[in-house]
Write a protein that binds this ligand. Structure first.
Ligand SMILES: C[S@@+](CC[C@H](N)C(=O)[O-])C[C@H]1O[C@@H](n2cnc3c(N)ncnc32)[C@H](O)[C@@H]1O
Length: 247
């Protein structure tokens, strides 16, 4: 494993217990419409699903509730995988969970899954090309790949006074910060980087969602300097979602 993955793994292992169901389906991210409103997933009855960066297993549990036949997950953090395993047993589902980075195929079955998804994890990939190639190899032709992440503009702007100021960069795609006391490195890729890499890997992009949810847009929001805020979400989408199909 490279140094960034080692460092990010340490951070996620340390904070796994405090990140329990925090970003999970039907929620895609902050202040963005949910799956209940968007209906991007196909009918999951009898389907095989794989969660990339499955965290505490709450999204997989939601897939189980939708009738998915097989629940598979992969996560860098051994502690997250342990929590996911326990959570899924508690929910009454059996699962196949792997501990490892999404950049490395841990031996998952090929041309097997109907749906592969990743909720707020894809920006942790240190090698998008290999990650997308792996995901394409797991999917059946016609299978769906969905992912959500912070909108790339989020790392470009900050609240200064009561204005949003462009203080970052849309050009630099990698940045490091301290996540709950631990150093981590994350990728802030441009939307074009994701779209071009998907096209190169043999995916057709079906939809990109860059929206703030209607409840937030309907209410006047007081100024807030927080990273995620309703005030900011009234000015730009805080998250984005991509739905693609394997050709
Ligand atoms: C924000 S959480 C996602 C929560 C989860 N998707 C859910 O629905 O509950 C991000 C997850 O990505 C995992 N992660 C970080 N880097 C990774 C990598 N390179 N490969 C696989 N998983 C990774 C973390 O351990 C963490 O569990």
């Amino acid at each position: 494993m490279n140094n960034i993955l080692e460092q990010n793994k340490r951070s996620w292992d340390a904070m796994a217990d405090t990140w329990f169901g925090t970003t999970a389906l039907p929620t895609y991210g902050c202040f963005i419409p949910t799956e209940d409103e968007l209906h991007l997933f196909p009918d999951l009855s009898g389907k095989r699903v794989l969660d990339i960066g499955c965290g505490s297993g709450h999204s997989l549990c939601w897939c189980g509730e939708q009738g998915a036949a097989e629940l598979w997950g992969l996560d860098l953090s051994a502690r997250q995988v342990e929590n996911a395993r326990k959570h899924l047993v508690k929910c009454g589902y059996s699962s196949n969970l792997y501990n490892g980075p999404m950049e490395v195929d841990p031996g998952l079955p090929k041309t097997y899954f109907d749906v592969v998804y990743s909720i707020y994890a894809i920006g942790w990939s240190t090698d998008l090309k290999t990650t997308f190639h792996n995901i394409a190899s797991y999917l059946k032709p016609g299978g769906a790949f969905l992912f959500s992440w912070d909108h790339p503009l989020m790392h470009c702007v900050e609240a200064v006074g009561e204005q949003l100021a462009f203080t970052g960069s849309y050009v630099d795609e990698s940045f490091s910060y301290i996540q709950r006391g631990q150093p981590v490195t994350v990728q802030n890729r441009r939307l074009s980087t994701y779209i071009n890499e998907l096209a190169d890997t043999g995916f057709a992009v079906e939809k990109i969602i860059e929206e703030t949810d209607s409840d937030t847009l309907a209410k006047p929001a007081a100024f807030s300097a927080k990273y995620y805020s309703a005030w900011k979400a009234n000015k730009l989408p805080l998250s984005f979602i991509v739905k693609a199909t394997k050709l």
